[in-house]
Design a protein around this ligand. Structure first.
Ligand code: F6P
Ligand code: MN
Length: 296
């Protein structure tokens, strides 16, 4: 089944926006070879932009502006929310190319999208849907519109076709722990030690979207925690935590900042950073319980 058929019953603005993003991502997937260099600019977070980061950002913004379906657009590569002429009220968040520091070593990277109505700066639980496109050996698109999580694969004819419907996160003993162990907060360290004692194996590639994709399919947990001297951590609530957390939660998992669901947090700005835990309910309950007991 094609992506367009799978989306047939949804509100046309949301459906057509997802199909537009899918088309643009096919274009992005074909643009890697000629755009592998670093640019001489940094984004608002001080990260060196790759030529591909800037290009993916531009083509997604242009295509979504021209679609006339999107009113608000926030991108990780832009300092402010963009507002377009549109009859509709869709709000889109974009991490145009997550994990882009891995382009030079040919590991999987991806595009992460959150879908809102009526604005963007609201808790993630207000999202109407989310999706990500992973550019790996296969190009896959995984979406939820709150009726299950479904995955499509780009086939030889350039179509996204259904690969797996109604994905549920299994139990699994994998963990993807970001940042430096010497900077862990006490509660986080206790949790990591509990996972290690329980036989969890490390799987951390440096591409958030690819690492969470693996957890969605194999179980376990991804984390980029708050740290000593940097309690908000590194990753962004709007562009990374909320869309991927929303998808994994919809697949039967959970997401947290270590105390409560990421999806309950009111963002204070588009650049809001947050400690991130995404994975199975068991692992997420464990970190929240450890922190409640006061190991901080
Ligand atoms: O977008 C930020 C990001 O590249 C994520 O994809 C990844 O999980 C993280 O940063 C890696 O951070 P670090 O370089 O500190 O391991
Ligand atoms: Mn990112």
């Amino acid at each position: 089944m094609k992506l367009s058929e799978h989306l047939a019953d949804y509100d046309s603005d949301v459906r057509d926006t997802i199909l537009q993003i899918a088309d643009t991502c096919v274009r992005i997937s074909k643009g890697f070879a000629s755009r592998q260099s670093q640019s001489d600019t940094q984004n608002v977070y001080g990260e060196t932009q790759m030529a591909l980061d800037k290009w993916a950002d531009q083509v997604l913004i242009e295509d979504l502006r021209e679609s006339g379906l999107v009113k608000y657009l926030a991108s990780e590569e832009q300092p402010d929310i963009l507002e377009f002429d549109s009859q509709g009220d869709l709000g889109i968040t974009l991490d145009p190319l997550d994990g882009s520091s891995l382009i030079g070593v040919n590991l999987a990277v991806g595009t992460i999208v959150g879908i809102y109505k009526g604005g963007i700066l609201m808790p993630g639980q207000m999202m109407v849907g989310a999706l990500y496109v992973l550019y790996g050996p296969l190009t896959t698109l995984t979406y939820t519109l709150k009726k299950g999580v479904h995955e499509f694969v780009l086939d030889d004819t350039g179509q996204f076709v259904l690969q797996e419907e109604s994905i549920r996160i299994p139990e699994g003993k994998i963990f993807a722990p970001g940042a430096l162990r010497k900077n862990y907060l006490a509660g986080h360290l206790k949790w990591i030690e509990a996972l290690e004692a329980d036989g969890y194996k490390i799987r951390f590639s440096g591409s958030f979207v690819a690492d969470v994709h693996q957890i969605l399919h194999k179980g376990g947990v991804f984390t980029y925690p708050g740290l000593v001297g940097n309690e908000q951590g590194k990753l962004r609530l709007l562009f990374e935590g909320n869309p991927m957390g929303f998808i994994v939660t919809e697949a039967g998992g959970a997401t947290s900042d270590g105390r409560r669901s990421l999806l309950a947090i009111q963002p204070n700005a588009v650049s809001h950073r947050v400690p991130i835990y995404i994975g199975g309910k068991r692992e997420i309950n464990l970190i929240e319980n450890i922190n409640k007991e006061g190991y901080e």
